[in-house]
Design a protein around this ligand. Sequence first.
Ligand code: G
Ligand code: G
Ligand code: MN
Ligand code: NA
Length: 251
Amino acid sequence: LELENGLRNAIKNEEFTLYYQPQVDLNTNKIIGLEALIRWKHPKYGFVSPAEFIPIAEETGLIVAIGKWVLETACNQHKQWEEKGFSPMRIAVNVSALQFRHKDFAKTIEQIISNTKCRASYLELEITESVMQHLGETTTIMNELKELGVNLSIDDFGTGYSSLNYLRHFPINTLKIDKSFVDEINNGKNGEIIVKVIIDLGNRLGFQVIAEGIENKQQAIFLKQNNCHIGQGDFFSQPLPAEKMERLFSE
Ligand code: G
Ligand code: G
Ligand code: MN
Ligand code: NA
């Protein structure tokens, strides 16, 4: 309950910040995109993990306002980096199921793009398979978003209520292979087969495939050799605050 009350005032009290984690081209090692990740510094408890507070934000409905703050902040940051002369790249933002299905989500996105002047094609919305349970409604919202020119990605692919059927129906750009599968690379278990099959499935359906949670070189090499072209994880860089990200751009 204390966290819940804290969350209610966290935007106003400026306790949230965004960190950014690079997405790297596995062939050239160049940064081709970023994922924005929210961080909450609680006045009493210090950093509270989003894994802990996002579920509370969803239960209370606060996720709608918090999610909007995240989108605005990410798009503003993107514009600022462009104005500072850094070459613009895609920015991925996590969207919770409740936020996605909240009335007028596409309109909110349209407003944010218009206010921040961040081009829609640079924005990628990461949604999880939990959104996919309502086929008709989800298709409608996704089509509205595609009209605006934003990209859509399936986060934590393979861990949720998967139905491969939705891959044929939804206007998706990207599949993100969940860390739990990447963890299995080179440990001699069947996880490797799953990784290969997801990469192959994504490539054949014409999606971009991103592997997340890469923690060592062996994993990066395995992924590259099996035709996964983009990777993300602590092996390349942990999520960083904007200032530190700028330093990385400059290198
Ligand atoms: O960054 P970290 O590994 O602590 O994130 C934990 C979880 O919180 C992940 O599932 C991640 O997707 C989620 N998360 C991080 N930032 C956001 C955000 O801005 N919005 C939503 N909905 N989820 C987020
Ligand atoms: O659910 P989602 O995929 O959005 O969660 C991404 C989260 O995973 C990020 O917030 C980040 O903190 C965490 N993460 C990213 N790369 C690594 C990694 O290499 N190792 C670990 N343990 N966590 C990671
Ligand atoms: Mn994500
Ligand atoms: Na994920």
